[in-house]
Design a protein. Structure first.
Length: 366
């Protein structure tokens, strides 16, 4: 599965600093707008202690974790929807992602200039929201112009599309995201996805605070929380400065000491990575053998054949059955063989909905 999340935000809010902390790639980071022009791409692993536990038991030749691609996208300014700044490029890069990590500056620092001259997280958030909504509105109006004539001629499919487009036009015109539109049925859900609108993508807000407020938050964070209370979205607090320093500490004990100095149990980037995984509505199943213990990402609610298809399309086409052990049974009993002997290995068919943490083998024939 190609999983990609884009880090967005106004210039100089800490996007590239967080990106550098999230991945082994090193994006340029400097105190001026458009420091990031080409989108930087990093592949990051999803922290999952279950994978390590399975590896301890199986002792495989290789361990392969889940990964997510993180794209650091160029900063955006007012007028981006009309091509201002790097607007067209920025918006095209967002369209290519599955989810958005929206970094908002929630700290004061006279040494780091703000593109609008002052720190105001609600205003900053609204600038990006407004530009994305305007771009979507342009897309919706263009589609209406193409489909409206067909709809008036009695074409039923065109009428359905036009009805949804009119609802989207109204929602976007009210300054709301397309994902807030009320859908009547699965047909409308499918159509909405096919439109590939920017504001249908799920968003995780990342409040970039200073060291002093990493645990308590501050008034800026409260303002942002109030602004998104009706969006069904989450906020994570991180301090990009702390994260950039943690990533440079190689010794695990020193890293732990550094975290404890700030009252932190783990790096903030771990929370961001898990947040991105949840944002994409994903869960994990495992395959475990002497050659490889591996975590596989699947969409929640996926059935066994589709889960098998994540490994290879032939697995889905020729699916016969799945042999399943729950993670808890596997780790409690200590091995696949012990789970079999205890009657904890189940044989499941095509209608089985995979659970998070299942350890699976697939039988197929093509």
């Amino acid at each position: 599965m190609g999983l990609k999340a884009g880090i967005v935000g106004l210039p100089n809010v800490g996007k590239s600093t967080l990106f550098n902390s999230l991945s082994s790639a090193k994006a340029q980071s400097a105190n001026y707008p458009f420091c990031t022009i080409e989108p930087n791409l990093g592949v990051i692993t999803v922290p999952d202690p279950r994978l390590n536990k399975l590896a301890e038991l199986v002792k495989p030749q290789n361990i392969v974790p889940n990964t997510i691609e993180i794209v650091d996208i160029a900063g955006l300014v007012k007028g981006a929807s009309k091509g201002e700044g790097l607007g067209n490029q920025f918006l095209a890069n967002i369209r290519d992602t599955n989810a958005i990590l929206h970094v908002v500056r929630c700290f004061e620092d006279d040494n780091i200039t703000h593109v609008d001259g002052s720190v105001n997280p609600v205003r900053d958030k609204e600038v990006i929201d407004y530009e994305l909504q305007l771009k979507d509105l342009d897309s919706v109006l263009a589609r209406i112009a193409k489909v409206e004539k067909k709809a008036k001629s009695g074409d039923k499919e065109a009428q359905k599309e036009n009805d949804l487009l009119q609802k989207l036009k109204e929602v976007l015109g009210q300054g709301k995201a397309a994902r807030t539109v009320e859908l009547k049925n699965e047909d409308e859900e499918w159509m909405l996805k096919s439109f590939q609108l920017l504001t249908t993508k799920p968003v995780l807000y990342i409040a970039n605070v200073d060291e002093e407020h990493i645990n308590s938050g501050n008034d800026f964070v409260k303002q942002l929380q109030e602004a998104i209370k009706d969006e069904n979205a989450e906020i994570l607090m991180v301090c990009a400065k702390i994260e950039s320093e943690i990533i440079e500490i190689e010794d695990p004990a020193e890293r732990t000491d550094y975290l404890q100095m700030y009252g932190l149990e783990e790096p903030g980037v771990n929370k961001i990575i898990r947040g991105a995984y949840d944002l994409l509505d994903l869960q994990t199943y495992f395959t475990a053998g002497v050659k490889e213990v591996r975590a596989w990402p699947i969409t929640k609610g996926m059935k066994a054949p589709q889960a098998a298809g994540v490994i290879h399309t032939d697995f889905e086409k020729g699916f016969i059955r799945a042999e399943v052990i729950s993670y808890n049974d596997y780790t409690t009993l200590g091995s696949e063989q012990a789970a079999k002997e205890a009657g904890k290995m189940r044989v499941e068919g095509k209608e089985y909905v995979v659970n998070d943490g299942d350890v699976m083998h697939f039988r197929f024939n093509v």
